[in-house]
Every structure is written in structure tokens, then in C-alpha cells.
Design a protein around this ligand. Structure first.
Ligand SMILES: CC(C)(COP(=O)(O)OP(=O)(O)OC[C@H]1O[C@@H](n2cnc3c(N)ncnc32)[C@H](O)[C@@H]1OP(=O)(O)O)[C@@H](O)C(=O)NCCC(=O)NCCS
Length: 176
């Protein structure tokens, strides 16, 4: 599978059906998924993968597999997707990592690469991350990615009203 992006330690590439077990290890874990109101079922996991495969075809981008260069293992997913924020659709950098690989800077490394991809390849003037107000680890990734809070809004997800922050960074104010 052709890499979309490479960083010092990571390769980001499109996911395929064979990545289902690695994806399931992430999205079927309760602790990883607390910001999403709990772990996905088997069916939700397949739907999550199918959503990305559809995005690759229709948008040309989506959440990609994050693979460790050193071992070839898929340790997370990160990428860009269009997401609703109140009445708008915005380009969003998302990231979810296997818990065994947290606290090593991989999420920030992937998120920064996605930001440059969004600015330089997708040509967007501003890129966002949408983060539940309790998800401090994710907010820290957004901050490491040069983002600041744009607004707070309520997201309706899996039958629950959840306060979220919209983080963003503009290309023309980028210093990195
Ligand atoms: C959000 C999430 C991806 C953050 O992962 P993370 O590993 O904490 O994030 P980073 O990649 O930025 O790593 C930062 C940590 O790595 C450490 N680190 C170690 N080596 C590093 C290096 N070479 N470079 C940078 N940081 C490094 C940092 O000190 C920091 O440690 P800390 O967590 O103890 O403060 C992870 O918590 C996750 O998958 N959560 C569940 C899914 C989720 O909520 N996604 C976001 C939805 S909005």
C-alpha cells in the first residue's frame, strides 16, 4: 500500500479490510474509547473501517492507518476527514492510537504531518480538531499541533449531548 505520508518514525497509508484486527484492538477498547461514549461493537468497527474506505474514494482522504516504520505494525489511525460543527462541515485532523503506544509522541508526530498535508496537498486555509471537553490527552496533541480553541459547542453523538471544543490553526499564522 502506497504511503500517503511519512514522518521520522511513522508511515501513514490507506487502510484496507486486512487492517480490521488492528483497528478493532483500538476501537473495541473501553479506555481508548471513553471520549466516544464507550467501545465499538463488532458491527460499529466494520462500519468505522467502511466509512474510511468510502472517504478515500469520495473525498480522496480520510483517517489513515498509522504504521510504525520499525516493525510495520499498525498502531493507530490518524488523518483528515470532513466533520460537522453545528451548521458547517470542516476539515478535521483525527487520531486514535492503540493504548500500548500512548505517551511516546506518536499522535503528535502524526497530527503535525496531517496538518502539513492539509495545508500543502489539500490546500485548506485552516484545519481543526474536534475534541470532547474531558479529553485532555487529545487537547494536548492539538496544542502540540499549534492549535488554539475556536469555540465550544455541543455534539450529539451515539445518543448523548457532549460538550466539545473546536481547536484550529490557520496556515497563514503558522510559525512551524
Ligand atoms: C489522544 C491520544 C492519541 C494521545 O496520545 P498520546 O500518546 O498521549 O499523545 P502524544 O503522541 O502527543 O504523546 C505525548 C506524550 O509522549 C511523550 N513523549 C515521549 N517521547 C516523545 C517524543 N519523541 N516526542 C514527543 N513526545 C514524546 C510526551 O512527553 C507525552 O507524555 P505524557 O502523555 O506523559 O504527557 C491517545 O490518548 C488516544 O488514542 N486516545 C483515545 C482516542 C481519542 O480520544 N482520540 C482523540 C479524539 S478527539
Amino acid at each position: 500500500m502506497k504511503p500517503i505520508l511519512t514522518t521520522e518514525r511513522l508511515i501513514l497509508r490507506e487502510m484496507a479490510q486486512g487492517d480490521l484486527p488492528a483497528l478493532a484492538a483500538i476501537v473495541r477498547d473501553e479506555e481508548t474509547m471513553y471520549a466516544y461514549n464507550g467501545a465499538f461493537s463488532e458491527q460499529e468497527t466494520q462500519e468505522c473501517l467502511d466509512r474510511q474506505l468510502t472517504r478515500y474514494r469520495t473525498d480522496g482522504f480520510g483517517l489513515w492507518a498509522v504504521v510504525l516504520k520499525e516493525t510495520g505494525e499498525m498502531i493507530g489511525q490518524a488523518g483528515v476527514s470532513m466533520q460537522p460543527v453545528e451548521d458547517e462541515q470542516v476539515p478535521e485532523i483525527g487520531y486514535l492510537f492503540n493504548r500500548a503506544h500512548w505517551h511516546r509522541g506518536y499522535a503528535a508526530e502524526a497530527a503535525i504531518a496531517c496538518k502539513h498535508y492539509a495545508f500543502e496537498v489539500l490546500g485548506v486555509p485552516e484545519i481543526y480538531s474536534i475534541i470532547r471537553d474531558t479529553n485532555i490527552a487529545s487537547m494536548n496533541v492539538a496544542i502540540r499541533n499549534g492549535m488554539t480553541i475556536r469555540k465550544r459547542f455541543i455534539k450529539h453523538y451515539r445518543g448523548v449531548d457532549m460538550p466539545h471544543f473546536l481547536f484550529g490553526v490557520r496556515k497563514d499564522t503558522e510559525t512551524r
